[in-house]
Design a protein around this ligand. Structure first.
Ligand code: ADP
Ligand code: ASP
Ligand code: MG
Length: 420
């Protein structure tokens, strides 16, 4: 008998039919003799709908109330899932974040889990019930409802698996595993049978939303084996564990992220302490900055002339853009910027691979592939094991496919066995 944590994502909970399908999978595992805890996401599209409602009411809705609102999606789906299991003859009980309880900090809309008290869930499992837990949500020290950031049910699932010391955390989603790139964008993407936490972490942090970044961090920290698989088939998916089985290739995957926006402070006075001033102000407002470039200003002032100016360009999450805009007038004034420009029409395309540590020339190959397709690169950032390029959104598919196939990740073409 094993302890199995199963997480069903939005698509897997997207309709009553699908909830029933998920319920029968959980029940099947229970009937095989396993102890089963289920974590559910809101029904597909529901979280977006709720957040849209809040933005219709206010441009920058209060974060505490956003969480109180967004958490209702999972309250609905957890109750429906428990009812579905019961209607199939099983025993089930639903738990919300505060009932469990999943204690988080108070960073509304992106809270971090501090501790989990799994006692009530363990009692339910001891009584032969399937515990159905609302993902994505927690509660802070003061009893406020918090949420864990978009895609946060993955993190709920892994955290609960760690707290229960589960044998496996199964992530049921709408694809049958982790691929070399998003299979919905690149038809030649290949399924990876086994991937290391480290590589999965890199793919997730660069936009492969199949697993939320924090869920991978947590799985790595607590050694939780994660099995990413399809809720619509029984075939095995991808195992995320301490070792991968990717042959030592240089590039293991391609990811893209449309969630960032570019901000450009034009013609900032070039004196020491300028960037510190810009970024400490943003940090104080809890805005994380990703890529940063500083170069000689495109403004008319001649370089070298008194009052030398520089352009400071950076990217932030689109979801933080309203807060950036709120802060920017003050920042722009302090650094004497001549203009501020925003661009939301960008995508960050990245290649990832542990093998890049020991290979030269990968960046130039990447730039060459993009150049060949006529794709202009607006910003670049690199680390030991990844290279990211910022390009216009319209090139997403083209860039992902060209890089994927250009780095030899495409699956072998299926051989045609035509009759003679
Ligand atoms: P869920 O609602 O089940 O949490 P998500 O939409 O959050 O599902 O994540 C699954 C999606 O992740 C897939 O439909 C796919 O488009 C996307 N995805 C992006 N990169 C990858 C990748 N490398 N492998 C598999 N899926 C990926
Ligand atoms: N419902 C939340 C979201 O859409 C959490 C999740 O699905 O993991 O982001
Ligand atoms: Mg998800």
């Amino acid at each position: 008998m094993a302890l199995v944590v199963q997480k069903f994502g939005g698509t897997s909970m997207g309709s009553i039919e699908r909830i029933k399908n998920a319920a029968s999978r959980s029940l099947a595992a229970h009937r095989e003799g396993h102890r089963v805890a289920v974590i559910v996401s809101a029904m597909a599209g529901e979280t977006d709908r709720l957040l849209r409602l809040a933005r219709e009411v206010a441009q920058i809705p209060n974060a505490r109330e956003m969480d109180a609102l967004a958490a209702t999606g999972e309250q609905v789906s957890s109750a429906l899932m428990a009812i579905a299991i019961q209607s199939l003859g099983g025993k089930a009980r639903s738990f919300l974040g505060h009932q469990m309880k999943v204690l988080t900090d108070s960073a509304f809309t992106k809270a971090r889990i501090k501790t989990i008290d799994a006692q009530r869930v363990i009692s339910a499992l001891d009584e032969g019930e399937i515990a159905v837990i609302a993902g994505f949500q927690g509660v802070d020290d003061e009893g406020n409802i918090t949420t864990l950031g978009r895609g946060g049910s993955d993190t709920s699932a892994v955290a609960i698996a760690a707290a229960l010391n589960a044998d496996v955390c199964e992530i049921f989603t709408d694809v049958d595993g982790v691929y070399t790139t998003d299979p919905n964008v690149c038809p030649t993407a290949r399924k990876i049978t086994k991937i290391s936490y480290e590589e999965m972490l890199e793919l997730a942090s660069l936009g492969a939303k199949v697993l939320q970044i924090r869920s991978v961090e947590m799985a790595m920290k607590y050694g939780v084996p994660v099995h990413v698989r399809s809720s619509f088939s029984t075939s095995p998916g991808t195992l995320v564990t301490s070792e991968g089985d990717l042959e030592q290739v240089v590039v293991t995957g391609v990811a893209y992220d449309k969630a960032e926006a570019r901000v450009m402070l034009v013609g900032v006075v070039d004196r020491p302490g300028i960037v510190a001033e810009v970024f400490s102000e943003l940090a104080q407002r809890n805005v994380s900055v990703d890529m940063i470039i500083q170069n000689v200003s495109t403004s008319d002032r001649a370089p070298g002339a008194p009052g030398l100016r520089t352009d400071v360009t950076f990217t932030v999450a689109k979801s933080d853009l309203a807060r950036v805009k709120e802060a920017i007038a003050d920042i722009a004034k302090r650094v004497e910027a001549l203009d501020v420009r925003y661009d939301e029409d960008i995508v960050k395309v990245s290649i990832v691979g542990l093998g890049m540590r020991s290979h030269a020339g990968v960046a130039s190959t990447m730039f060459g592939i993009l150049a060949k397709e006529g794709i202009n690169i607006q910003a670049i950032s690199t680390s030991e094991i990844k290279i990211s390029c910022l390009v216009a959104t319209k090139y997403t598919e083209l860039a992902v496919r060209a890089l994927h196939d250009g780095f030899g990740l495409a699956k072998e073409p299926v051989e045609e066995h035509g009759g003679v």
